[in-house]
Design a protein around this ligand. Structure first.
Ligand SMILES: [Zn+2]
Ligand SMILES: [Zn+2]
Length: 490
């Protein structure tokens, strides 16, 4: 898209124009109050920054709104001296920009690698921003139809969350895997909706977005609930409850009154600077923040202990049984064994002892999966391997859920979200870097979540005990202790 600058304003000019990146300074048209602006465009573009390709209105309509002051056209990427800034996601890290020979620019053009998942934004790409009156969805009255029952502790958590939302504060909710944290959010969300507020639930993984949407939509049948992830059908829609991957949320700006970030510690996003900044960007000036985690990092654990961070800790599961404590078993040089088409003997025995159960076997890398599956298959045909980039991932997970597959060999990606009752869990190569304290606690958290099967075995097979393994075990032991003291377990 090419522009000239006339009268200090951008003018669309396909013949004589130049890319937006060539224009140094320009101003915008003043808003024409009497212009009958498009409600549809208002709804679509309010509080979002979109590319032309993401908008459903024709370019002519968009441009007319620009001329009347309702839309602003800004550069996708700002360049100042040798510094770049992505105007969509705020990225300023030079290494996170890529370069390519660009047809529009006729030279090397930079694009942002951080938000590439929402469509490539490069120096010559214009972004469209709504500058007219903000769209506000009219939804009032009560909303929550969920009538399940919260445990006493969940109820306390629900109240703490609601109170935080009411006073627009920040709260860290540390709830162990299987504590039922989603249900604890309902009252708070309900309160926000009754105030005419917009709620964002952000989570690092698309699986979780897909899993959450029907649950939230069922609890709030009178509200518009949209789910945003790569390939989602809800893109461009607006809802009062938005469930989004942390990636897709980058497109919003000052849009939400309540921001709930799930799995703040999760791979691939720990609650790092980048994500913190992104969360700041989507918040309205006065906004409540709820951070959910099953495994807070060390700094947060310390802050909670010292009372420096508002937190609600729920150390026990819904069904009032203790969390299984992981065993650690030395298994020797398992990589060497694999080369000889063998598994460590104690892992083999562990698998043999579990003929009646389903088993998750976590391994440190995708590369070793086929070999391990091949070895186990000699004994048990119902074995499959799956990993993050596996195209058949969803099918394979489904087969495991159905019980068609008995042993599932996997990398860490399935550590969250996926719950299958009555499973045992083993980690092979628990000493590898990928198995952090948080990852190991999460993996252990797969076991014994269902009330019918509250027990289970978690074993870390390792070639040398690491600090992370020891910390993971300690975290679980001390949560159980805390739960006992609070009378939350039988
Ligand atoms: Zn970006
Ligand atoms: Zn370009």
């Amino acid at each position: 898209m090419l522009f000239t600058v006339e009268d200090n304003k951008l003018v669309f000019s396909p013949q004589e124009g130049q890319p937006i990146s060539y224009q140094s300074t320009y101003t915008f048209y003043p808003i024409n109050d009497t212009y009958p602006f498009s409600k549809k465009l208002q709804e679509e573009l309010s509080q979002q920054k979109l590319l032309l390709t993401e908008l459903s209105v024709p370019f002519d309509t968009l441009y007319a709104h620009y001329r009347e002051g309702y839309v602003q056209i800004i550069k996708g990427i700002n360049k100042k001296n040798d510094r770049y800034q992505c105007n969509r996601c705020g990225n300023t890290v030079l290494q996170k920009f890529g370069a390519f020979p660009c047809y529009t620019c006729k030279e090397m053009c930079f694009y942002c690698r951080v938000c590439i998942g929402m469509g490539r934004i490069s120096m010559c790409t214009p972004l469209f921003v709504w500058s007219g009156p903000i769209y506000k969805k009219k939804e009032r009255s009560a909303f929550l139809t969920w009538n399940g029952k919260l445990s006493e502790m969940q109820q306390k958590g629900a109240e703490a969350i609601k109170e935080t939302i009411r006073r627009k504060g920040e709260l860290l909710v540390w709830a162990v895997c299987g504590a039922g944290k989603t249900e604890m959010l309902f009252e708070g969300i309900n309160y926000a909706l009754s105030q005419g507020e917009n709620v964002l639930i952000a989570t690092p993984r698309a699986d979780v977005v897909r899993e959450l949407k029907p649950r939230i939509a069922q609890a709030f049948p009178y509200s518009s609930v949209i789910a945003l992830y790569g390939g989602s059908e809800d893109k461009g829609k607006s809802g009062t409850i938005t469930i989004s991957t942390t990636h897709q949320m980058l497109r919003y700006e000052k849009a939400f009154d309540v921001v709930i970030v799930d799995e703040v510690d999760a791979f691939p996003f720990s609650y790092d600077k980048m994500l913190q900044q992104a969360v700041e960007n989507v918040k309205k000036q006065s906004c409540a923040t709820i951070l959910l985690t099953a495994t807070p990092n060390h700094q947060w654990q310390r802050e909670i202990r010292r009372g420096r961070r508002d937190a609600f800790v729920l150390p026990a599961r819904y069904h009032r049984r203790e969390i299984p404590v992981p065993h650690m078993v030395w298994c020797g040089n398992w990589k060497k064994q694999l080369l000889k088409n063998e598994l460590p003997w104690n892992l083999k025995r562990w698998l043999k002892e579990r003929r009646e159960k389903q088993v998750f076997l976590f391994v440190p890398s995708i590369e070793v999966i086929p070999k391990i599956v091949e070895i186990i298959k000699k004994e048990e045909k119902r074995t499959e391997g799956v990993h993050a980039e596996d195209h058949d991932r969803e099918k394979k997970v489904l087969r495991f859920r159905n019980g068609e597959t008995r042993i599932l060999v996997t990398t860490t990606i399935l550590e969250r979200g996926v719950t299958v009752p009555n499973t045992d869990v083993a980690v092979l190569g628990a000493e590898e870097d990928i198995f952090t304290e948080s990852a190991l606690v999460q993996i252990g958290g797969r076991v014994g979540r269902s009330a019918n099967y509250p027990n289970g075995d978690v074993t870390f097979f390792h070639f040398g005990r690491t600090r992370e393994m020891v910390r993971a075990r300690k975290q679980i032991v001390s949560l159980n202790e805390k739960a006992r003291k609070m009378g939350l377990v039988e």
